[in-house]
Design a protein around this ligand. Structure first.
Ligand code: F0G
Length: 487
């Protein structure tokens, strides 16, 4: 029998309920604005959910980054932080934990995940080189291309098929990887990057057996293997529950086995460790020395790397808590519960359910909105209108235009409804399913978006858009017919 509790507690009624294995002892008041106000607010925010003030958001499902609920042990540890610029005791504690956690001798602190990506790209990417990865992430790619490099995706076929039963859609296609390495030759490849688990294809995990093969091949070819472990907590849970060989293996041993396949492991501490920060765990002294001097240059002195020592203490505890399967089960089982409720209403969502959040398939939700009119961005606006729920566009809007100004049409058009760890209740998830279900019944009313102001890099963060036609008013009128209070 598996060693975790959630899978052994059965409701006598037979209902599949994602039981919380924690209780709330600190809460935050949130506000639900009526639909007419929501219409005004989203337009003031340039129809971009990144630009919404949080006070106008009822359920903030934008991301799980830096917004996970922390444990009492994490808050307690923050009081013990040693606030010194150099040689902080807090750093030594975190360094020791990272060493034990990943089994790597060296640790470089950085203020968040993309700061690690900056250091990695600055050190290893040269103009004309390529990073081979299972799937890119927005900030990773931006740092690589900023330095004249490019990204090649060698993800398995079917990774972007939204309705799938494949348990490890984040896996590499070994044949694609091998062919690319043969074609380019070792000198043209900066490193092989394994995103474990993936973000943009819907929180889909990578299996340990696939990682092992990718690593063995890459190392034989003399290539460096870098793991992005930002989403490791969810991926660990899926290895434990979907990969038979690891069902009984303790989580700390699984993590050590994962990192044994890498030369460098970096992470966003806003996700892994449930606080705010980041870091790079390094196996060889040579790599450590190559990257080390960039930390004081970009981040802060080597013993804090731009992080607050309080956050470092919280990450220290958070990493240890990641090794408790009942703790890391909470996001995946809530994603599954929300996914099941939406599926029951016919709403197209990414399957199998992954980590990170529930992902709506905008290509199927609003097939009448062409990709040049940003269907997932439009869906993000519509979901805010329908429920005050803030999701994140993960589609063409999140891509960068080509050199010639043409749109890079994304393989997938997703609206991510992130499920930050231990934040939301089941009734709140029921509310989301209800409002998205209502929206699905009125999906024909949803129209597209056009840019009003388009930044050159990472345009999804700060870009401002306007509706293509007056579909928003019609949607609001339909909502008021069914929900006359506007709430
Ligand atoms: N890698 C992955 C896989 C990520 O998901 C993120 C962040 C980063 C790197 C960058 O880390 O934000 O600390 O600089 N993902 C966030 C998200 C932003 O909302 O999914 P960061």
């Amino acid at each position: 029998m598996p060693d975790h509790i959630y899978s052994r507690v059965r409701f006598f009624s037979g209902e599949n309920v994602p039981l919380e294995l924690h209780k709330a002892r600190m809460v935050q008041r949130i506000h639900l604005r009526p639909v007419r106000e929501r219409l005004e607010i989203i337009n003031l925010a340039g129809n971009n959910t990144f630009l919404l003030p949080n006070r106008d958001v009822f359920l903030d499902m934008l991301t799980d980054s830096g917004v996970n609920a922390m444990s009492e042990a994490q808050y307690a540890a923050m009081l013990l932080a040693d606030d010194s610029y150099a040689g902080s005791e807090t750093f030594y504690r975190l360094e020791k934990t990272v060493r034990e956690f990943f089994g790597t001798p060296y640790f470089l602190p950085a203020h968040q995940g993309r700061a690690c990506e900056n250091i990695l790209a600055t050190t290893y990417v040269r103009p004309g080189t390529e990073v081979i990865t299972n799937f890119h992430f927005t900030t990773t790619k931006a740092h690589i291309t900023r330095l004249g490099g490019s990204v090649y995706e060698a993800v398995r076929d079917g990774a972007t098929v939204t309705d799938s039963a494949e348990p490890f859609k984040g896996d590499f296609d070994l044949a694609k990887l091998k062919a690319r390495v043969r074609k380019l030759g070792r000198d043209k490849i900066a490193f092989v990057r394994v995103e474990l688990g993936t973000n943009l294809i819907g929180g889909q995990p990578v299996s340990l057996s696939n990682l092992k093969k990718v690593s063995e091949f890459s190392r034989k070819e003399g290539l460096k293997v870098v793991i992005d472990a930002s989403l490791l907590a969810d991926n660990l849970y899926f290895i434990k529950t979907r990969e038979k060989a690891y069902e009984r293996k303790p989580l700390n041993e699984i993590v050590l086995e994962i990192s044994s396949h890498a030369d460098i492991v970096y992470f966003s501490g806003r996700k892994l460790g449930c606080a705010r920060g980041g870091g790079i765990a390094v196996r060889s002294e040579e790599d450590y020395r190559l990257m080390r001097d960039l930390v004081p240059l970009f981040e802060g002195f080597l013993t804090y790397g731009g992080m607050s020592v309080r956050e470092m203490e919280a990450i220290n505890v958070g990493l240890r808590e990641t090794l408790d399967v009942d703790t890391i089960s909470q996001t995946p089982i809530f994603v599954e519960a929300l996914g099941e409720m939406l599926t029951a209403k016919g709403v197209p969502v990414v399957k199998p359910y992954g980590g990170l959040g529930c992902h709506l398939d905008a290509m199927k939700f609003v097939p009448h909105v062409p990709q040049e009119r940003y269907p997932s961005g439009a869906l993000a606006v519509a979901v805010y209108l329908a429920g005050g729920v803030r999701g994140m566009e993960r589609g063409t809007l999140s891509e960068q235009r080509g050199e010639d100004g043409s749109e890079t049409l994304s393989d997938m058009e997703l609206l991510r409804l992130a499920v930050p760890k231990r934040v939301f209740s089941l009734s709140q998830m029921k509310y989301v399913a209800d409002r998205v279900g209502w929206l699905y019944e009125h999906r024909d009313l949803i129209g597209g978006l056009l840019f009003a102001e388009e930044p050159k890099t990472l345009r999804f963060f700060l870009g401002r858009l306007k509706p293509d036609g007056d579909w928003q008013r019609k949607l609001v009128d339909a909502f008021l017919k069914d929900m006359p209070s506007g709430l």
